[in-house]
Design a protein around this ligand. Sequence first.
Ligand code: BYC
Ligand code: FE
Ligand code: FE
Length: 471
Amino acid sequence: MKINYNEKIPNNVDLSSDRRLQRALERWQPEFLNWWDELGPENSMELEVYLRTAISVEKEGWAHFDYVKMPDYRWGIFLTPSDSDSKINFGIHKGQPVWQEVPGEYRSELRRLIVTQGDTEPASVEQQRYLGNTCPSLYDLRNLFQVNVEEGRHLWAMVYLLQAYFGRDGREEAEAMLERHSGDPDKPRILEAFNEETPDWLSFFMFTYFTDRDGKFQLGSLAESGFDPLARSCRFMLTEEAHHMFVGETGVGRVVQRACDLMNDYNTDDIRQYGGIDLPTIQKYLNFHFSVSTDLFGQELSTNAATYYNTGIKGRFGETKIDDDHLLHDSNYSILELCGDKIVSTDVPALNAVNERLRDDYIVDCDLGVRRWNKIIETAGIDFRLKLPHRAFHRGIGQFSEIQTDLEGKIISQAEWDQRQQDWLPTQEDQAFVQSLMQQVLEPGKIAGWIAPPKGKINRQDFEFEFVRFN
Ligand code: BYC
Ligand code: FE
Ligand code: FE
């Protein structure tokens, strides 16, 4: 299962043995590169960036770091090794061998899941297109581009599945991936969070913390799929995903660190005058990105999700580690539900609550990073704590989209919402202020004034390293 880099399209799926598929993908490749040129990172085509490239799919030593000219990045198709006696671990086919081909009766559901997953990948690249122009340091610029090329590769992963297993429909879906665009009024991306703008670096760090984390949980569920090529694709994508969330968590942490340092240096909460992003503004960005990302899990009660689970095409996060019958025909799950003008906890059939369960797992995971950010604030001796808003806050999908709540989840009137939302979500003024700080810094070892330098290294290279070369 070595990765073959001598071919036009690097892969570990023995692509050259399937001429038809190889030709189809080679026809799609220039379209992808055109799209990258038009909607990928602006002003990046000439840069040499210190990037990691996957060279194997083994757990150890899979990544190789070196300077790569951005458009020459080798986007490829990598699946984790197959285990010849893998079994389906949940649903009505539990115990049967995993599928190497798409079962005809589940074809449209599988196609839909793969298309939805695939659509998010280029969407995020489009959302982040202009950020390089305002990078706070070379280190951050490199991290942005690393995330971008890997999201591009994730699109390749899904397009491979579509072209290899879904015939003509799959080829059409592959085309459509490059025709929908983030925020396009006529052909938007499928999920709403991917049509929002990522106009500044605070938004970028929040996005990679909260929205890439949806990726972790969705990919984790798809990695359980009975359709083996999908499961193996997602497993390898997950190894790359960890870095994206690292960029988000440490990014937000460094903005918090800088805010605390300025507060202590000048003995004031009002650090905007010193070019820092104040903690209440960080909280507002957090509220926005958390709520928008929470929508990505779908409805609280979903017959789609029940079908995906029952038929073995999308599992739960960490399915095999859960101690139950993996069928969910007779079990219940407790969810929060809107009941008149109250939010109450009720038991519902577990099969229908698979989306909500995943959202629960996600929220627990989101909170871990918030705690680490609060440690930074606490260590600085500052009396302020960041907090995740209630899951009912500012929702666009699910039952809570019908109501308005405060950050604690108390239902409020539309009038009260209109009056108070400026205290909870970034206002135009907040956004303009954050935008005003976004000045490009390109000298190795230098950093913008609104963010602290990183503590960690990239492949043993210090912050001072020349992560990007300009020719
Ligand atoms: N926006 O039954 P429900 C990533 C629709 S992120 C718009 O709950 P389901 C990444 C829904 O389509 C990971 N529409 O739906 C991160 C349905 O429509 P129909 C992305 C929405 O299917 C950062 C209706 O509402 N991967 O990788 O159970 C950077 C009823 O809803 C939304 C996936 O999402 C929404 N938010 O659940 C780069 C995995 N939510 O049937 C990359 C694949 C729901 O009435 N997708 N609707 O026409 C899925 O598993 C499911 O499609 C969803 C939705 C969980 C998203
Ligand atoms: Fe991705
Ligand atoms: Fe990601």
